[in-house]
Design a protein around this ligand. Structure first.
Ligand SMILES: CC(C)(COP(=O)(O)OP(=O)(O)OC[C@H]1O[C@@H](n2cnc3c(N)ncnc32)[C@H](O)[C@@H]1OP(=O)(O)O)[C@@H](O)C(=O)NCCC(=O)NCCS
Length: 184
């Protein structure tokens, strides 16, 4: 079941991320989940995730600190978080539309059962209703499940390049993708 982000799901999201396989973490390392949660970025992101669950505060953040505006959803099974997707405002985009960055994971044991598609559909719909007009993401070129999913939702490749470092070392090809959301 897909649930809109709420305070009581935050810990579960961190736990589910911690339990991901090393391979999944190598594909998805947003810098604020798992161990990174204890860093300054992690603490700030956790606060932003929590504040953004309250629509009035999220509207305030949207205007004052776009980079701290989150829209996020979790997949929950028997009260356990088994997947997570978010769109987070990007800084430095004033006057160029509201662009958000997307991230997503599904627990390894639950992969391939349609949960990623459900999470993505829900988070994109919520991002659109909040007012995001563009969704940006970065994906490793060898991440076939993610690439197929993103293409299915209409994401288009912008550029590809080679990452200088990262968990699997230098030289991995990264693709940047963008989806334009039509206002309803
Ligand atoms: C990418 C990810 C979120 C997909 O979630 P999922 O729940 O497994 O995906 P779904 O079951 O909803 O499948 C949706 C589509 O994804 C693609 N897909 C999923 N698993 C796939 C696989 N093993 N091989 C190829 N394509 C796959 C397919 O297009 C699939 O559609 P189809 O079933 O009609 O063929 C999940 O694999 C994951 O968490 N990976 C690790 C973290 C990660 O890579 N995050 C993205 C970083 S950019």
């Amino acid at each position: 079941m897909i649930r809109t982000g709420s305070i009581r799901l935050v810990l579960g999201v961190h736990r589910a991320y911690e339990d991901l396989s090393a391979r999944s973490k190598s594909y998805f390392h947003p810098g604020f989940l798992g161990r990174a949660a204890l860093s300054r970025t992690g603490v700030a992101a956790a606060a932003a995730m929590i504040l953004s669950t309250l629509p009035s505060l999220r509207r305030l953040l949207w205007h004052l600190v776009p980079g701290a505006t989150f829209v996020w959803v979790a997949a929950v099974e028997c009260e356990r978080v088994i997947g997570f997707a978010y769109v987070k405002g990007m800084r430095g985009r004033r006057g160029r539309g509201h662009r958000g960055e997307l991230g997503i994971f599904v627990s390894d044991q639950w992969a391939g059962r349609g949960i990623g598609r459900a999470l993505l559909g829900t988070v994109l719909e919520q991002a659109r209703s909040v007012g995001f007009s563009e969704i940006y993401l970065r994906v490793y070129a060898d991440n076939e499940p993610a690439m197929r999913l993103y293409r299915e939702f209409g994401f288009q490749a912008l550029v590809s390049g080679t990452q200088g470092g990262g968990l699997l070392g230098a030289g991995r090809q990264v693709i940047e993708m963008l989806l334009r959301l039509e206002a309803k």
